[in-house]
Design a binder for this molecule. Sequence first.
Ligand SMILES: [Zn+2]
Ligand SMILES: [Zn+2]
Length: 233
Amino acid sequence: MSNRDAFLWQLPRSCFLCGQPLQHDRLLCAPCETGLPGKESPECRCCGEPLEHPAPALLCRRCASAPLAVDETIAAFAYRYPLDVLVRHFKYGGALYLAKPLADGLMRTAALHRLPDVLLAMPLSPRRRRRRGYNQAHEIAVRLARHFKRPLLAGVRRVRDTEAQAGLNFTQRRDNMAGAFACGAAVAGLHIAVVDDVMTSGATMDALAQVLKAHGARRVSAWVVARTPSPDF
Ligand SMILES: [Zn+2]
Ligand SMILES: [Zn+2]
């Protein structure tokens, strides 16, 4: 580990959000940690989109007519302050010490659901991986794999770098993602949980799940730290 890497993993001694001094090996003080934005259920069972109308609707409008290739979406938090700040620091600011609290949140939520056979970190294109120095989804996935004692799947790659998705609706995002992933792993019959930091429209997750299903995956769950409302809605 280089000096730079060691620095990235070093925990600050005060609460990341409010600056209160911390006694223990933690990142957030207790009030800030309990104040992280949960999700106001209910959510679409397929894509995790918050539902405007509660039960008996189990699916959002989009998934009722054209469901994603994922069978379920499990999200730990809503993508609102301060989660958005934490995720941005984690993803773009090199704050790798945030992997632990973000993974812990997802761990607590995922433990309430059926566990998969294997976990898969959302692959990052080699170019982005090089530029960022790490794959943030992998940093979370390794912790979950260790905790749940499940293997982490290798051999699924991002083969095409796609245009930035901001400003595109779901259909455009879905077209944009076509052919983005390649699966060189044996996944037939497996229940796979794909781990990612944030899910927005679900188009990226959908494209990956389609490839996994085409290779025989039995069930694909999306495990994401935070879900934003889809830009379609
Ligand atoms: Zn605090
Ligand atoms: Zn949905």
